[in-house]
Design a protein around this ligand. Structure first.
Ligand SMILES: Cc1cc2nc3c(=O)[nH]c(=O)nc-3n(C[C@H](O)[C@H](O)[C@H](O)COP(=O)(O)O)c2cc1C
Length: 344
């Protein structure tokens, strides 16, 4: 057993998002470009995640593709029939568009949870489309959007993911939290940075935790900078949060959730897979994706996700450069074989 493991896990209350039991109370963060079907399947295979999530899906883009009869967005590949629970995240600032796409995601795609993105500070989303974190300076507007989406989703719970506010002089999260709860939201996830911070500095867990007092009915999920099982044990021990969400630390390490779940349960933490095991995993996963989607889609899904793999491995830079560009199964397999040892 590693030192990260507590003598026994902390006592955690069960986390529920509407009718959905999130057990353990550890959520996989939505991450554009990464948390695709391939990634989610691997996370589920290792286990330990209470609620996986898609990448954020542009509601306007969805409507536009529909109008052109262009199929469904790549970010929704696999969603219809993969295991549940699963959260699908969407973004926009227009109540009609958001409500229409939320209804489709809830009813046609049967998402367990529809999550609304009010935290993305990326230029295309926040500045250009005036969505995501742009909306944090207008809590009543967020409330109105949530209310429309809740009405469109029926029994499917609607959650919101936010940051602390637009910047250090405008920490609006308490008002946003109350707006989300008042509008019928089923949970609130807070990334403990402001939009202006992007990813600079540290997530402020005291500020995240201070929001608990404003939520009477719905759970508070904290997010930001959790890297190890120990980090998760510590935030649950120190702060009155109901759940945690993990993003970057698990991108190249889909087994991290299983290690965290073991630590929370007070069980021995499984070891990190060896480099040879990681290489085999990538190839097995490629196989699965090819069977599921055919070569073209499988390569698109696998290359973004494989390029986060193999931290600490010699030649990893070359691997990441190569694998992000491969066009064929053969080239993917060659890149993996060149980099990862083949024996256990
Ligand atoms: C590459 C990348 C893509 C992201 N995409 C999304 C997204 O689609 N939706 C969202 O709500 N947050 C997105 N985020 C933010 C993460 O969900 C999370 O809030 C953030 O990374 C902080 O958590 P962490 O420290 O555990 O990574 C993204 C972050 C990164 C680095």
């Amino acid at each position: 057993m590693e030192s990260e493991s507590g003598p026994s896990g902390p006592r955690l209350a069960p986390l529920r998002i509407g009718p959905i039991a999130v057990d353990p109370p550890v959520l996989q963060a939505p991450m554009a470009g990464f948390t695709n079907w391939a990634y989610r399947a691997l996370v589920r295979r290792f286990g330990g995640v209470g609620l996986p999530a898609t990448e954020m899906v542009s509601a306007r883009g969805f409507v536009e593709m529909d109008r052109r009869d262009a199929g469904e967005p790549g970010r929704l590949w696999g969603v219809r029939d993969e295991p549940r629970p699963l959260a699908v995240q969407i973004w926009d600032n227009d109540p009609d568009t958001l409500a229409e796409v939320a209804r489709r995601v809830a009813h046609d795609f049967r998402a367990s949870v529809v999550d609304l993105n009010f935290g993305c500070p990326a230029r295309d989303v926040a500045q250009k489309a005036e969505s995501g974190a742009y909306l944090l300076d207008d809590p009543p507007r967020i409330g109105r959007l949530v209310e429309r989406v809740v009405a469109a989703c029926g029994d499917v719970p609607v959650t919101a993911k936010i940051r602390l506010g637009p910047n250090d002089d405008q920490i609006t999260a308490a008002d946003v939290a109350q707006a989300v709860e008042g509008a019928g939201g089923a949970a609130l996830t807070v990334h403990g940075r402001t939009a202006r911070q992007m990813f600079r500095g540290q997530a402020d867990w005291d500020r995240i935790a201070s929001l608990k007092q404003f939520l009477k009915r719905i759970p508070l999920i904290g997010n930001g900078d959790l890297n190890t099982p120990r980090d998760v044990i510590d935030v649950f021990a120190r702060h009155p949060i109901d759940g945690v969400m993990i993003g970057r630390a698990a991108l190249g390490r889909p087994w991290l959730f299983a290690r965290i779940a073991a630590a929370l349960a007070g069980d021995p933490i499984p070891p990190e897979p060896t480099p040879a095991e990681q290489g085999r995993l990538l190839l097995e996963h490629l196989d699965l994706a090819v069977q599921r989607f055919g070569e073209r889609k499988a390569i698109v899904l696998m290359r973004t996700y494989a390029c986060r793999y193999g931290a600490g491995q010699p030649n990893i830079r070359a691997f990441r450069t190569d694998v992000c560009r491969v066009e064929t199964i053969g080239a993917f397999v060659d890149a993996v074989r060149r980099t990862f040892p083949t024996d256990a």
